[in-house]
Design a protein around this ligand. Structure first.
Ligand SMILES: *Cc1c(COP(=O)(O)O)cnc(C)c1O
Length: 270
């Protein structure tokens, strides 16, 4: 984080950070820390695991943040992929979040803007931070100054494209694309499951997170997949120590490619 951590240990974990491992053992739900932390980064639906957070779980985080004077960064890049009506789409659905949370959203995944670069950040005016001398600071003012001096904004043509996402046609088109990718995710889940591979996610998120077969390390599975199936995915350990033994498959492709990749994987691994 811009050089503000300590050194990394053997597991690749940096000093000064509190890690929140999410694995099958804790049902991909992080334990709320027992100590006080200043900043909390949460991403739901999660990349890479595809895990989601219930309202009750996010409320626990908001309550913790308010009790400890912490700030939550809520990364909602995948909210458009939620289909379960009970899952929250925004941290601000929870009581008290406006006093402790910053939310960011991106057009990269819901509308294919990854290359054109457009996103938005919500910094509520009620959110205050503490300076080193204990005085109260309005964070939206700092963010506004940062944006207007170091960034200067998204190009106009790209902003108009992002605006079109909210038009009735844009909503219909982006929803159709999301539905298409979620069909891919279902194909991936079904095919891998029937081949005896344990899968997670892929229901309210465009990623399927699988447990590597035969206890292979993430990178050994990557190599096997690449060399025997000519299929590429993302080794879980690349996301941090808790991802070891897992592997991420993305649903962002044509259905033809997804079917062919699944055919090759299930042929070699079942
Ligand atoms: C893709 C993604 C984003 C969006 O990043 P952009 O810089 O807006 O493209 C944010 N968070 C996560 C976890 C992502 O996977």
């Amino acid at each position: 984080m811009a050089g503000h951590t300590g050194e990394a240990n053997d597991r690749g974990e940096y000093g000064g950070l509190v890690y929140l491992p999410i694995t099958a053992e804790n049902n991909f739900t992080a334990q709320i820390p027992t100590e006080k932390v200043d900043l909390i980064y949460l991403c739901f639906p999660n990349n890479p695991t595809g895990a989601t957070a219930t309202k009750a779980h996010l409320q626990d985080w908001v309550n913790y943040a308010k009790a400890n004077g912490s700030i939550i960064f809520f990364d909602a890049a995948y909210e458009a992929f939620i289909s379960d009506p009970d899952l929250p789409h925004s941290i601000y659905e929870l009581e008290g979040a406006r006093d402790c949370a910053i939310e960011f959203r991106s057009f990269s995944k819901n509308a294919g803007f990854t290359g054109t670069r457009c996103a938005l950040t919500v910094v509520p005016k009620s959110l205050k931070g503490k300076a080193a001398d204990g005085s109260t600071v309005e964070l939206w003012k700092l963010w506004n100054r940062r944006q207007s001096t170091k960034f200067n904004g998204v190009s106009y043509i790209v902003q108009r494209g992002a605006e079109a996402v909210y038009s009735p046609e844009g909503q219909a088109q982006t929803q159709a694309l999301i539905n298409f990718y979620m069909e891919n995710a279902k194909i991936i889940r079904d095919r891998l499951t029937s081949a005896g591979i344990k899968v997670f996610g892929g229901i309210n998120a465009p990623y399927v997170w699988l447990q590597t077969p035969n206890n292979l390390s993430s990178w050994d599975f990557f190599d096997k997949l690449l060399h025997t199936c000519n299929v590429v995915g993302t080794p879980g350990s690349g996301f941090g120590a808790a991802g070891e033994g897992y592997f991420r498959i993305s649903a962002f492709n044509s259905q033809e490619n997804v079917m062919e990749a699944m055919r090759r994987i299930t042929e070699k691994f079942s």
